[in-house]
Design a protein around this ligand. Structure first.
Ligand SMILES: [Zn+2]
Length: 111
């Protein structure tokens, strides 16, 4: 997977193209992601203990993982704030990190 939970990502295609947000959840087997505030749909819910009123609630619907790219947060990168392609980089301690294919800085997910 080129993105993971808590990554800041840009939506590259579909109805929400151009928007950015933070990944709430990765649905690995479906190859889809939930992004906070993106692709909101209304769900009609019956009253429950958790939500005694019931009614309409807004909820994120998943979008295809192929349509999102992580954001480069290097301010000096010409793609700063935009979705970028990533490369894998092997560190001396054998950990793999993701780096921006444009400027080479590490892609760090927000906690
Ligand atoms: Zn970059």
């Amino acid at each position: 997977m080129h993105v993971c939970k808590n990554d800041l990502v840009a939506v590259m295609a579909g109805n929400e193209a151009g928007k950015t947000g933070k990944i709430i959840k990765v649905l690995t087997d479906k190859k889809r992601v939930l992004i906070k505030g993106i692709n909101l749909v209304h769900r009609h819910t019956k009253p429950s203990q958790k939500n005694p009123q019931g009614g309409r609630i807004q909820k994120e619907a998943s979008i295809a993982i192929a349509n999102v790219l992580p954001l480069c947060q290097n301010r000096n990168c010409k793609k700063n704030g935009k979705g970028v392609r990533t490369r894998k980089k092997l560190l001396e301690n054998r950990n793999k990190i993701r780096v921006c294919a444009c400027c080479g800085s590490e892609i760090i997910s927000a906690e």
